[in-house]
Structure formats: C-alpha cells, structure tokens
Design a protein around this ligand. Structure first.
Ligand code: HEC
Length: 133
C-alpha cells in the first residue's frame, strides 16, 4: 500500500516538473515576471550611462511607465529607438537599446529573469507596460 502511494506521488512530481519546464520555455508576458536577464542589465548600465543618464534618471522612467501603462512595451521601445538619445536619435544598435532598456527596468524595480529582452522576437507585443513596483 505504501508503495502504491509513493509511486502516485512520484508520477505527480514528474507531471508537475514537466509543466514547470514547459512554462520556463515560454516568454514571460508581464514586467513582473522577469523580461530581461541580469547580465543584460549589467551590459545596459554602461550604455545607459554613456547615452541616457545625462538627461533622465529613474524617476523620469517611473513617470513614463505611469503614462504609458496598459500599452504594449513594443510601442514605447519603438519610440525610444526612433527618438532617443534626443541628441542623436537612432544612434544605437538594436541590442544596445534592448540592454539599455533592461537596465531601465532594473533601476525602476522590475525583477530580472531567464529570458533576454528582445525586440526582434516579438515578445514585447505581449508585455503591457505597468506602473513600477
Ligand atoms: C540629450 C538629452 C537626452 C538624452 C541623452 C536621452 N533622452 Fe530620452 N528624452 C529626452 C527628451 C527631451 C524627451 C522628451 C521629454 C518628455 O517627454 O518629457 C525624452 C523622452 C524619453 C522617453 C519618453 C518617451 C515618451 O514619448 O514618453 C523615454 C522612454 C526616453 N526618453 C528614453 C531614453 C533612453 C533609453 C535614452 C538613452 C538611449 C535617452 N532617452 C537619452 C532627452 C534625452
């Protein structure tokens, strides 16, 4: 009897573990779920310091997130890619904008995760902007 109970428990563990694996493969769909990696934010810090911090600080981004809440991240990201840095719009590579944005998310208080923030993958379409924690 004990053995039967044990094997059911084992089966449950396998089922739960594979569900968790499937989850880890899917791109996160909220800012609170970790839409950038720690390494990415680290590389973004240097890009941000060089290209963005002379004009904006974390409080500025909090206000922007408040204003844009509910809109897909894609919209704000495309706005930044085409208009920022204000003194040389479009000057950065896509990956540099991605990393700088990852750093912005970090300084306003959103957590990092397993997935790199990427524009080309379309993941930003499914991530609504929200007020910083
Ligand atoms: C030379 C100054 C300057 C630099 C450098 C700069 N910005 Fe801006 N940024 C501005 C100005 C001016 C605005 C518009 C002001 C406003 O919306 O109140 C703005 C607006 C923004 C907005 C809000 C956009 C919107 O439409 O609401 C974001 C986000 C932003 N900047 C991000 C960045 C990022 C990321 C960088 C670095 C890659 C950067 N900025 C570099 C001056 C700058």
């Amino acid at each position: 009897m004990k053995n039967v109970r044990l094997s059911i428990a084992t089966m449950m563990t396998v089922v739960l573990a594979s569900a968790a694996c499937a989850d880890a493969g899917a791109a996160p769909t909220s800012l609170g779920a970790g839409v950038y990696t720690k390494e990415q934010a680290e590389s973004g810090k240097a890009i941000f310091t060089q290209n963005c911090s002379s004009c904006h600080n974390a409080d500025f981004y909090k206000t922007v997130l408040q204003t844009w809440r509910g809109q897909p991240l894609t919209y704000l990201f495309e706005q930044v890619m085409s208009a920022m840095p204000a003194d040389k719009p479009g000057a950065l590579l896509d990956t540099e904008y991605e990393d700088a944005f990852a750093y912005v998310l970090e300084i306003v208080g959103f957590p990092s995760g397993e997935t790199r923030l990427e524009y080309g993958s379309g993941m930003m379409d499914d991530i609504p902007l929200e007020v910083a924690p």
